[in-house]
Design a protein around this ligand. Sequence first.
Ligand SMILES: [Zn+2]
Ligand SMILES: [Zn+2]
Length: 123
Amino acid sequence: MKRLPNWLFALGALFAMGGLLLLPAGAGGEESALAGGAIMFSTGILIIALGLYLKARLLQAEVGQAPKTQRKKDKCEACEAELASIRCSLHDIKLCTSCLPHHDISSCTYVPLTRKAAAASAR
Ligand SMILES: [Zn+2]
Ligand SMILES: [Zn+2]
C-alpha cells in the first residue's frame, strides 16, 4: 500500500503529459482533440492530487502510530508487578515505591523516573 501513491503520481503525470501533447493538435483546428487533451490533462492533475492525498493520509497514519510503539512501561525489576517510580543508578535497576525500602543501600543514588514528563515538556 505504501508504494501506491508513487504509482499514482506516475499515472497522473502520464495523463497530464498526454493531454499536453494533444493540446497543440487541438489548437491546429481539431476541437475534439482540444477537448480530449483538456480532459486528459485535468484527469492527470486529479490523479496526482489523489496521490498527494493518499500520501498525506499514509504519513498521518505513520505519525499516529509512532507514539504507541515508543511507549514502554517501566516495571519494577525487583517484584515485576508494580510500575517503577525510581531507578538506582548504581545497580541500574528500576524500583517501585514498595521495593525501595528493601533496596536501601546507603551508597546507592536514586533517579526519579520522570523521563516521560521531561520528554513531554521538551516539546
Ligand atoms: Zn517492586
Ligand atoms: Zn542500588
